[in-house]
Design a protein around this ligand. Structure first.
Ligand code: HEC
Ligand code: HEC
Ligand code: HEC
Ligand code: HEC
Ligand code: HEC
Ligand code: HEC
Length: 394
């Protein structure tokens, strides 16, 4: 069978599948609340039964998988907005706003180019293209030209082990800890690909992470309402960045090394530092209110029910450092998708900064999720590495 015939065969199979599901009734409306929470009717929000627009995609409504997602996931940010690609940086989500991939900043003697701000996903209909510099995932083999939403998220939200109802998008219980006791199918956290996920012809081998988000404030991160990370995030990133995970973060183009992973526990000294550290020079903090959204950690917990997205408590001796301690999963205002500007020894000098070419006042405001570094932390605030390593660091 030649490729074209096979492709037509696949299209026919999908058409029949979709037709059967539509005949079964229950066609849900687009962009409804609780989308991805299951139900056959939602196929048509992403797939079309007729008129395939591109020969290389299985009857998607848009040019490519990511554009299909962005039909609903582009927009202004907000507490209940699932937008991850805003027109202004207002999507203050845990994963971060792909908006920053459209902003370049420059100043006398330096620059912070758009493509350096995170994962350059390909979404043709939204003018987002692959990374012009990186050809592969640093420390791995995933090709940059193939990077899109479905490289990381399973559009059909299969549950761990691929057990139940394979095709049905299920996510709610996975992200919010609901339904675990009621016998409902619990999906992966944020529909992330599991160890059996295959995207294109690239196969994952690490499980989706354990983490929990508030079901009330689902999309806007603060110190008191944030994803409570349990375990497995660094391992999951290792699906594509295995050398960074295994070699403790050293890669070809970067000499920086740092441990990350389930086994990289915070020793007592670091636990105490995190809990007492308020800002540079101020160690008057207490454990119950120590949590800082810019420096999250994993609690070393595998059961979602023991995680609390409204806890402001700092780490204990079971906690570990992870990739998202320092990075955003999608993108940020700063180089290397940093949660803060790794290149500024004092954070008041972070870029975007007022006066930079390309930076607006709202860029500066949203870069630290609406928090003013000077008024809250002071003009002497150093790198947030200090939260664990102390003011004397390095
Ligand atoms: C949230 C959007 C979304 C929903 C809802 C959705 N799909 Fe998909 N589907 C996709 C995307 C995107 C791809 C292509 C994946 C890729 O190329 O990475 C795809 C691919 C497929 C494929 C090709 C094989 C595969 O698994 O990649 C089939 C078959 C399919 N979908 C059937 C369905 C059916 C049946 C439903 C309803 C039960 C459904 N899809 C619901 C987005 C969706
Ligand atoms: C038809 C509109 C629509 C499309 C298309 C769509 N989504 Fe969504 N998505 C939503 C809505 C609405 C929510 C918020 C649901 C809620 O808050 O209960 C959501 C939530 C999510 C979440 C968070 C789920 C959680 O557990 O918190 C992820 C991740 C996600 N979508 C990924 C995708 C990806 C990847 C695609 C493309 C393959 C996609 N979506 C396509 C409407 C859509
Ligand atoms: C599906 C594969 C895949 C997964 C999973 C993945 N990445 Fe990446 N990552 C890539 C690719 C490809 C690039 C290079 C292209 C780019 O930078 O846009 C990259 C680049 C990066 C960069 C450099 C960004 C820049 O602009 O300098 C960072 C930082 C990063 N990844 C961190 C992470 C973290 C943290 C995770 C886990 C939350 C993760 N990655 C998961 C594929 C992946
Ligand atoms: C490199 C992997 C990767 C890519 C590419 C990616 N995501 Fe995510 N996404 C994640 C991870 C990991 C999280 C959880 C982040 C966290 O909790 O800190 C997440 C979280 C989300 C959420 C919940 C809100 C948030 O930002 O935390 C939505 C919605 C979402 N992604 C949609 C998308 C869409 C739509 C695309 C494509 C435009 C996309 N993602 C591309 C890894 C990825
Ligand atoms: C303690 C903070 C920290 C942790 C933890 C961390 N990183 Fe980084 N990462 C950085 C810094 C700082 C840089 C920039 C280094 C430089 O420019 O030399 C960076 C750079 C990167 C880059 C770009 C490298 C390149 O060659 O362009 C990738 C990709 C990356 N990190 C992925 C990861 C992954 C995956 C993990 C988890 C396994 C992780 N990081 C854990 C701080 C961290
Ligand atoms: C969430 C807490 C945490 C944060 C934030 C953090 N680290 Fe670490 N760091 C650790 C842990 C845990 C270790 C491993 C135990 C140790 O060596 O003390 C470590 C080890 C190190 C080491 C020794 C590396 C080695 O291979 O032995 C250096 C250097 C370091 N960190 C630098 C940094 C820098 C630079 C930053 C900010 C970009 C940073 N750390 C942020 C927790 C953290």
């Amino acid at each position: 069978m030649n490729l074209q015939t096979r492709h037509n065969g696949l299209k026919l199979t999908i058409s029949l599948l979709l037709a059967a599901l539509f005949l079964a009734g229950n066609v849900e409306q687009s962009c409804a609340k609780g989308f991805h929470s299951g139900g056959v009717g939602s196929c048509d929000s992403c797939h079309s039964m007729h008129s395939p627009q591109s020969a290389s995609q299985p009857l998607l409504l848009s040019s490519d998988p990511s554009s299909t997602c962005l039909n609903c996931h582009a927009g202004t940010g907000g507490v209940n907005s699932p937008a991850v690609f805003s027109p202004d940086g207002s999507a203050l989500t845990p994963g971060g706003d792909f908006y920053w991939l459209t902003r370049s900043f420059s100043w006398l003697g330096g620059e912070s180019p758009d493509y350096d701000h995170g994962h350059n996903i390909v979404a043709f209909d939204f003018n987002l293209f692959s990374d012009p510099v990186q050809t592969f995932a640093p420390g791995g083999t995933f090709p940059a030209t193939k990077l899109g939403c479905t490289s990381c998220h399973d559009p059909h939200g299969k549950v761990a082990g691929g057990t139940a109802s394979g095709r049905f998008p299920v996510s709610k219980s996975g992200s919010y800890g609901a339904g675990i006791n009621s016998g409902a199918i619990s999906g992966n956290y944020r529909l992330l690909g599991d160890s059996d996920y295959v995207t294109g012809n690239y196969a994952f081998n690490k499980d989706a992470p354990v983490a929990r988000q508030s079901s009330v404030n689902k999309y806007q991160e603060t110190d008191s309402s944030h994803v409570d990370y349990g375990s497995g995030m660094s391992e999951w990133c290792g699906n594509c960045h295995s050398a960074i995970l295994n070699n403790e973060h050293s890669t070809g183009s970067s000499s920086f090394e740092h441990p990350a992973g389930n086994g990289e526990l915070l020793e007592l000294e670091l636990v105490n530092m995190y809990n007492s550290y308020v800002k540079s020079g101020d160690f008057s903090g207490v454990t119950m209110t120590a949590y800082l959204q810019f420096v999250p950690f994993e609690r070393g917990i595998n059961n979602v029910q023991f995680l609390d997205p409204n806890s402001s408590a700092g780490p204990d001796s079971n906690s570990n450092v992870m990739c998202l301690t320092c990075h955003r999963a999608h993108a940020s205002a700063f180089p290397n998708a940093g949660r803060w500007d790794f290149t500024a020894s004092l954070l008041v000098d972070s870029h975007p900064k007022i006066g930079d070419i390309g930076a607006t006042a709202s860029d500066v405001n949203y870069s630290y999720y609406g928090r003013d570094i000077t008024s809250e932390f002071g003009s002497g605030q150093g790198q947030f590495c200090e939260k664990c390593h102390g003011a004397t660091f390095p």
